[in-house]
Design a protein around this ligand. Structure first.
Ligand code: UDX
Length: 429
């Protein structure tokens, strides 16, 4: 099929590329001329494992192209996907101005029946507004359908998640676009849930909030574990083997971050409020998450006492493994908190150092993870990069002024670390 994706961020670029990989003809549109130029020249605006290779193959095969022109994208395709940002505003609500602007642009360019699919995460009832807007601004007065098709991919695993989705959610107002949506997703062999638009939009916010809730739940359990001498990983394993619960998203940490969970939680709380429901449960999820970070900082301060002029090594800046994304990163938050206490930082991340440079000032960026600890009073692990498990621990211990390691991601075995001579403090163990 001929598809256009408007917005070439994490979601848009992965979506367009993976559609092309499945055999569709795709135009990715973005108003950022620099980004389109970069993509046309074979460059990548983001790091996502496996994505560049797929972009190259599909561009070479003539199935994937990039353009600045929404007009061109709308003219040449039957189905237009909206994948533009829906950032949080100061009060937690969602800024829908990009969605509105793109809806108007699409409307202005339409001269025949089109299916307009929203992929961005939006509050329930946004589909109705998109439909109203297109109807109002479409001079040609052609027929169209609006579809809600939320995306569930995780950064760092986006290509795999897109190619092998647990399910595809398709929210519609009429049956007309259903066959086309099923055809688009046929190559992925996933169950397709066809529902109404409001339910589709809610599925996304409800799912992300539930996953965040799972993390806050295990983080709360981690506090009880620390207080009682239990081990949170053992508890998570025991809970997770109940298939009704599942082991995923039960890894205690210094808190969740990223461009989705914090934003989606705030938005969902706001929307619920507007609909007359005080979603106190989700407010508690936010509170536990913030407290988890404070608890971790407190642990560092209690051990090192005064942080002023102490040198601390920080491993990990990205909000999670496998990405260069530092938006709402707990690791960056932690660095800023430590700096506020007067600590001097030596930091390393396998992928996110470039992006971190715009938000972290006056830190030493170290290229080799094994060199970060040199001359440090303590080392902190802030992101769950698998390569950190391969740290040369003997070298790290010798490089540290004091062999203190705070592990915000529970990467190592407690007994093994103590045997190696570390004062090892992790989460909930
Ligand atoms: C999330 C959703 O998983 C995805 O379905 C949605 O489309 C977008 O939002 P993403 O933000 O890319 O994806 O990352 P995810 O892997 O969900 O992790 C989010 C945060 O939770 C990270 O900071 C991660 O480190 C943290 N996390 C995750 C934990 O602290 N513990 C866990 O057990 C899992």
């Amino acid at each position: 099929m001929k598809l256009t994706i408007i917005g070439t961020g994490y979601v848009g670029l992965v979506t367009g590329t993976c559609f092309a990989e499945a055999g569709h003809h795709v135009i990715c549109v973005d108003k950022d001329a620099g980004k389109i130029k970069l993509l046309q020249a074979g460059g990548m605006p983001i790091y996502e494992p496996g994505l560049k290779e797929l972009v190259d193959v599909n561009v070479a095969a003539g199935r994937l192209s990039f353009s600045n022109s929404t007009q061109e994208g709308v003219e040449k395709s039957d189905v237009i996907f909206i994948a533009v940002p829906t950032p949080a505003q100061m009060d937690g609500s969602v800024d829908l101005s990009f969605i509105e602007a793109v809806s108007r642009e699409i409307a202005g360019a339409m001269t025949s029946y089109k299916i307009v699919v929203d992929k961005s995460t939006v509050p329930v009832k946004t589909g109705d507004k998109v439909a109203e807007t297109i109807k109002r601004y479409c001079k040609a007065k052609v027929e169209f359908d609006v579809v809600s098709n939320p995306e569930f991919l995780r950064e760092g695993f986006a290509v795999g998640d897109f190619m092998r989705p647990d399910r595809v959610v398709v929210g519609v107002r009429s049956q007309r676009p259903v066959a086309a949506m099923k055809e688009i997703y046929a190559p992925y062999n996933a169950p397709i849930i066809v529902t109404d638009i409001n339910s589709a939009e809610l599925i996304k916010h409800a799912a992300n909030s539930f996953l965040a809730l799972k993390i806050s739940y295990i983080n709360a359990i981690s506090v009880i574990c620390e207080a009682s001498g239990a081990n949170v990983q053992e508890v998570a394993n025991g809970m997770g083997m109940d298939t009704r619960i599942g082991r995923k998203f039960l890894d205690a940490s210094l808190g969740f971050g990223g461009s989705c969970f914090p934003k989606d939680l705030s938005a969902f709380i706001q929307i619920s409020d507007q609909l007359g429901y005080n979603f106190g449960l989700l407010k508690e999820v936010q509170r536990i998450n913030a407290e988890q970070m404070e608890r971790f900082v407190k642990k560092i301060i209690e051990t090192l006492w005064v942080l002023k002029n102490k040198t601390i090594g920080v491993l990990g800046l990205a909000f999670k493994q496998n990405t260069d994304d530092v938006r709402m990163s707990p690791a960056i938050d932690l660095c800023l908190r430590l700096q506020k206490e007067g600590a001097v930082l030596r930091v390393h991340d396998p992928r996110a150092m470039e992006k971190a440079k715009s938000v972290l000032k006056e830190v030493v960026f170290v290229d080799d993870m094994n060199e970060v600890a040199e001359g440090c009073d303590a080392l902190v692990i802030a992101t769950e990069w698998p390569e950190f498990k391969r740290l040369d621990l003997e070298r790290v211990r010798k490089a540290l002024t004091h062999p203190i390691l705070f592990d915000g991601r529970n990467l190592f075995d407690v007994e093994e670390m103590e045997r190696l001579g570390f004062i090892y403090k992790s989460i909930g163990r």
